[in-house]
Write a protein that binds this ligand. Structure first.
Ligand code: FAD
Ligand code: MLT
Ligand code: ZN
Length: 491
């Protein structure tokens, strides 16, 4: 076995090959044939393709077997069997992850949560929602909308990402600024360990100081210590008044001024402050053909959202804010959505970037926490570096098309992206590890919200000390002594 992206990586000989006997067990354990996609005893190559390929079409696994359990007990039975038989596994949610963590590297068995998709309960007094790990984020949010509540996480991949996957990656998304991280909002986790143990920590308490908070290890654990089968999460009331504004600015310095002013004037109703550079908006325009929200070209764009309980009061505040930032020439031009449809279409200029820049062949993606003053400097430095090496340009002779920056300004989280005509070692080696050294010098993080997966595996040391990595390895070995859970990834 070799793997396309990492030719030097070798399959771990401790793991067994899947045999027809194993398949027989899984078929009996999971009941129906539909729950097992079997490429070992029969040709299922087309059905297996989607499970083996990541969202970016960058990483490709060689799994010959996909299991789709529909209950926690079934997950427990199959994991115990895999552990006893040294069969390596990859938990897979919506497969929208951006670091190659959700696809196998070699022939690991994919355990898909897609059939564990029940909303277990919702209490509209406490706002606590309890769901199966495989519930799609958008489905949960639509359900909550019917009960005047909101899922505290939102992201562009909401139509496919699952809540178990969101928790496993500790996804941040578009409104972390307002509602905080899943480390705070997730109140309980039900998970299955590799030996089949069901850890029932699916509490619904806001406060519970009784020793180590072990569920936190599953939040952001990226499927390396167990499979999340259930989640309880505290959800805020859905705001009656949601306003969205989109504006153009002349410099990154002005973006910072606008952000500071937004906190001063809109503090308690501010629910998002997102950054997009001119190039990112150019790609969205090129790919969608949609009319731009503002006339003229601006080097930077921001999207502000407010969520409150009184439309009149909030609109008045936002209009005053816009008036102020325009009169002070912090902002060059702006538009305020007049209704929900317009608000959605403004959001599409931000949420549509990932898809638009991935259109040409691929994108080198870097998801970074950086002190806010220097956030955009990295984009300029990367552009200069790739330019000086003759790697970026308009015509097809250059491997890279451009250097693009956008992100969650309110969280100091930059998404540096280099869209390419195809993935090449030349571009990768020009950026890595240089970009991580740049981050380390500023005590930033090499992964703000996407995780490490396989893409950032080699680089964990740029953000974590040896002591911390050693402790992580000890935890991994305690939970997964045979190393069957999502092997070859960051730990
Ligand atoms: P997968 O991609 O299937 O899996 C991700 C990781 O979690 C893998 O390591 C997998 O093994 C593990 N895993 C999945 N399910 C489980 C489970 N039940 N138990 C244990 N481990 C599991 N991320 C952000 O943080 N913020 C964003 O704003 C954001 N926007 C995005 C926009 C787009 C268009 C796309 C394509 C992706 C975006 N992402 C974002 C990345 C991705 O959507 C998130 O990481 C998401 O939370 C992954 O969920 P998933 O169900 O698709 O998980
Ligand atoms: C986003 O904020 O749009 C997501 O994290 C996805 C990306 O980085 O492209
Ligand atoms: Zn993001």
């Amino acid at each position: 076995y070799t793997t396309d992206m990492y030719p030097s990586l070798k399959r771990d000989p401790r793991f067994s090959d899947v045999t027809p006997e194993h398949i027989q067990f899984f078929k009996s354990a999971l009941g129906e044939d539909a729950a097992v996609i079997d490429g070992v005893t029969k040709d299922a190559s087309d059905d297996l393709e989607a499970f083996n390929t990541d969202w970016m079409r960058k990483y490709r696994g060689h799994a010959k077997l996909v299991l789709r359990p529909k209950s926690t007990e079934e997950v427990s039975r199959v994991l115990k069997y895999c552990n006893d038989n040294k069969l390596a596994v990859v938990p897979q949610g919506g497969n929208s992850g951006l670091v190659g963590g959700s696809v196998p590297v070699f022939d690991e068995i994919v355990i898909s949560l897609s059939r564990m998709n029940k909303i277990r309960s919702f209490d509209d007094i406490s706002g606590i929602l309890v769901v199966d790990g495989g519930v799609i984020l958008e489905v949960a949010d639509n359900y909550l909308a019917e009960h005047s509540h909101l899922f505290p996480l939102d992201l562009g991949a909401k139509g496919s990402a699952q809540i178990g996957g969101n928790v496993a990656t500790n996804a941040g998304g578009l409104r972390l600024l307002r509602y905080g991280s899943l480390h705070g909002n997730v109140l309980g986790v039900e998970a299955v360990l590799p030996d089949g143990t069901i850890v029932d920590d699916l509490g619904t308490l806001r406060k519970n100081n009784t020793g180590y908070d072990l569920k936190q290890l599953f939040i952001g654990g990226e499927g390396t210590i167990g499979i999340i089968t259930g989640v309880s999460v505290v959800c805020p009331q859905r705001s009656k008044a949601v306003n969205v504004a989109y504006f153009g600015l002349p410099s990154f310095e002005n973006v910072q001024k606008a952000y500071k002013e937004a906190k001063v004037q809109l503090g308690e109703i501010l629910s998002a402050f997102e950054l997009m550079d001119a190039r990112s908006q150019g790609f969205v325009h090129q790919i969608t053909g949609n009319k731009r929200p503002l006339e003229g070209d601006h080097p930077f764009y921001c999207l502000i959202e407010t969520s409150g309980s009184n439309t009149e009061h909030d609109s008045e505040k936002l209009e005053k804010f816009l008036e102020y930032v325009m009169s002070e020439e912090i902002v060059s031009d702006g538009v305020l959505a007049q209704d929900e449809t317009q608000a959605k279409s403004l959001w599409a200029w931000r949420e549509g970037i990932t898809e638009a820049i991935g259109h040409f062949g691929g994108t080198y993606k870097y998801d970074l926490s950086i002190p806010i003053q220097e956030l955009y400097q990295l984009v300029e430095d990367t552009r200069e570096r790739l330019n000086s090496k003759g790697l970026v340009g308009d015509d097809d002779s250059f491997p890279a098309i451009d250097v693009v920056g956008y992100g969650h300004m309110g969280d100091s989280n930059l998404h540096l992206n280099v869209p390419v005509r195809k993935y090449t070692k030349e571009v990768e080696e020009a950026i890595e590890p240089w970009v991580y050294e740049w981050i380390q010098k500023r005590r930033g993080s090499i992964s703000a919200e996407h995780g490490l997966g396989i893409a950032k595996k080699k680089y964990i040391g740029y953000s974590r000390s040896e002591t911390m990595i050693k402790l992580m390895k000890q935890i991994k070995n305690l939970y997964d002594p045979n190393g069957i859970m999502n092997p070859y990834k960051y730990i």
